[in-house]
Design a protein around this ligand. Structure first.
Ligand code: CP
Ligand code: NVA
Length: 305
């Protein structure tokens, strides 16, 4: 059955995700072929947190497919305060053909998807960032040609980005080593889900508290900010806790010589990553950012065409 929403990678099968990645690469190779596929269709983008990449890539992406978008910020709609999520969903489904939403609680996206008859896309919640992970796996495929026999080391907070990378690793059969300080590991429910589902694709997930062990012989070094949006008040404390999880030259020297460095961005240079690593020839962070556009065009087409 055709999926209505893109809320979590774990809701999508290996075959469906593999097809999305192939579509994304085909769209990147030949964008003009798809320029009228969503002609006249409107995407509402609800953004309750700041955004550069997500906003621009969805806006440009839907436009390149023949459609258009509008941005609804927190101050404009006051989701759940001025109007309930259900009422927002019931209004929007009468006027637009898709909703992308970036919000705090993951349940807000789930509710929007439940109440709206039109596709709902998760543009980041406190819990997950599935569009990011799709662009990330697309980028690893481009750089390393395969997701098998590749060690991906995610070093840092067990956050939204980590959760979506984990779900993607399971569905796509990747080897992912996650190293976080104690008490900042990924959500235990996510890890439990992996234990049940990893064998089906040959995924290997390591949850570690040692950045060096994760980086050892890695093909990919990935990091993200230590304090995500909404956790600004914890930033000072986290700077101390995460100090030994910085991706710097010493840590990178543990990885394979041809390792690639990835970061969902925005980066806090000098915290989770040094300039020497993010600006090195190994860094593919801007290719990764560009792939948000292509990966999300594949998602938009799959859901809205
Ligand atoms: N990586 C990412 O989602 O960037 P923005 O927060 O700028 O959208
Ligand atoms: N973990 C980060 C990702 C930003 C794209 C955050 O939630 O702020």
């Amino acid at each position: 059955m055709r999926k209505k929403d893109f809320v979590s990678i774990k809701d999508w099968s290996t075959d469906e995700l593999t097809r999305l990645l192939a579509d994304a690469r085909a769209i990147k190779a030949n964008p003009l072929k798809y320029s009228r596929k969503l002609e006249g269709k409107a995407l509402a983008m609800i953004l309750e947190k700041p955004s550069l990449r997500t906003r621009v890539s969805f806006d440009v992406g839907i436009h390149q497919l023949g459609g258009f978008s509008m941005c609804l910020t927190k101050d404009e709609i006051h989701l759940g305060k001025r109007e309930s999520i259900r009422d927002v969903a019931k209004n929007l489904e009468r006027m637009v053909q898709g909703i992308m939403i970036r919000t705090f609680g993951h349940e807000n996206v789930e509710k929007m998807a439940e109440y709206a008859s039109i596709p709902v896309i998760n543009g980041l919640t406190d819990f997950s960032h599935p569009c990011q992970a799709m662009a990330d796996y697309m980028t690893i495929l481009e750089a390393k040609k395969s997701l098998k026999n590749i060690k991906i080391a995610y070093i840092g907070d067990g956050n939204n980005v980590a959760h979506s990378l984990i779900y993607g690793a399971v569905r796509l059969g990747a080897h992912l080593a996650v190293a976080s300080p104690k008490a900042y590991e990924p959500n235990p429910d996510v890890v439990k889900w992996v234990e049940v589902n990893a064998a089906a694709t040959g995924c290997r997930l390591e949850i570690l508290n040692d950045a060096i062990a994760a980086a050892e012989d890695a093909d990919v070094l990935y990091t993200d900010v230590w304090a995500s949006m909404g956790l600004e008040s914890e930033a000072a404390k986290r700077k101390k806790v995460f100090r030994s999880f910085q991706v710097n030259d010493a840590l990178a020297s543990r990885a394979k010589q041809d390792y690639i460095f990835m970061h969902c961005l925005p980066a806090h240079r000098g915290e989770e990553v040094t300039d020497s690593v993010i600006d090195s020839p190994n860094s593919i962070v801007f290719q990764q950012a560009e792939n948000r556009l292509h990966a999300q065009k594949a998602i938009l087409l799959t859901l809205m065409a």
